[in-house]
Write a protein of this length. Structure first.
Length: 317
């Protein structure tokens, strides 16, 4: 059986092994695949794995041997799932691998906005402390989290884990979710407007749906507290970046930290690049080695379950 991985570099830049997949057939791994190369590279393969390389109806029609599509991520919008379903091809994603990693990273961003550790380290090393007449100084206001309110938008696995960390810091936590499940924790489930109005820090952990696209917009930013901090480790299009840039510039939003943007890699003219009080990192919240190993392991299990006749994590049933 021929197995093709279209864009394996992000998952495995060389520190993991593809041996789990190799037990099922001949594996061809491409670091990256351009749109015009997809059909030739899939060819007569039965099994295809993709991360961000689109698989369209046209590609599926040109590659009739495909029996299974594995997405090496949670988001699966790169695959035409309806076209795959019409052809009887299950599309399986990886829903749970990054819970701890992303929640940890969300707090790394929160703490960086509160303390600017990197900037103070840079300042010391360029000689500012040695030249200071006092025993300490700060280049930015420092913020204590205890007693403040964290608003979590999207109260799934990652949102819940983030809430647990927040409570360990002594924060109050409120959450909003379009489809809230059972809540046995010390978290108040509130309306979105209530969350905007009471939160000192807002962290986005919701999927990108038509109902959530552009939810951080001028209208909703105006509902937030003056000086709010905004964190996005979820999906870039949740935020209208021009509106956020204006809110950062005016001080309505005291600071933002985003690991995702509307177009990735980031466009050189992205408006957030001009805002000094906006931290931007290159979509790495999910990417510790431990998290990537879990992703690899689940991808292998997804394929094994399909071959056993009982596919798991199917998103196009």
């Amino acid at each position: 059986m021929r197995i093709v991985v279209l864009d394996g570099y992000t998952l495995n830049p060389g520190d993991l092994s593809w041996a789990g997949l190799e037990q099922y057939g001949t594996v061809e791994v491409y670091d990256r695949t351009a749109p015009g190369e997809v059909i030739d590279r899939i060819g007569d393969a039965e099994i295809v794995f993709t991360n961000k390389t689109p698989i369209t109806q046209k590609i599926l029609e040109a590659c009739p041997s495909v029996r299974f599509i594995g997405v090496l991520a949670t988001g699966y919008n790169v695959v035409d799932t309806k076209a795959a379903k019409d052809k009887g091809i299950p599309v399986c994603n990886i829903p749970t691998y990054g819970t701890d990693a992303v929640a940890q990273y969300a707090f790394a961003l929160i703490l960086e906005l509160c303390h600017h550790v990197g900037e103070h380290n840079r300042s010391v090393k360029q000689g500012d402390w040695a030249a200071c007449p006092d025993f300490c100084y700060s280049n930015y206001p420092l913020i204590e989290l205890a007693g403040k309110t964290l608003g979590i938008i999207g109260y799934g696995r990652i949102g819940r884990r983030t809430a647990q960390i927040a409570r360990a810091f002594g924060m109050k936590v409120v959450a909003f979710d379009e489809y809230p499940g059972e809540n046995n924790e010390e978290v108040a489930l509130v309306s979105l407007d209530e969350l905007f109005g009471c939160s000192d820090v807002i962290s986005l952990h919701c999927p990108l749906f038509p109902s959530t696209e552009g939810m951080i917009c001028k209208e909703n930013l105006n509902k937030m507290k003056d000086g709010v901090l905004l964190i996005n480790t979820s999906r870039g299009p949740l935020v209208k970046e021009e509106d956020l840039a204006q809110a950062l510039h005016s001080g309505k939003v005291a600071g933002a930290a985003v690991d995702v943007v509307s177009t990735e890699p980031i466009s050189p003219d992205n408006v957030l690049l001009r805002e000094e009080n906006c931290l931007i990192t290159p979509h790495i919240a999910w990417a510790p080695k431990e998290s990537r190993q879990r992703l690899m392991d689940i991808a292998v299990r997804n394929l094994g379950a399909f071959l056993d006749g009982d596919p798991e994590n199917v998103v196009n049933t």
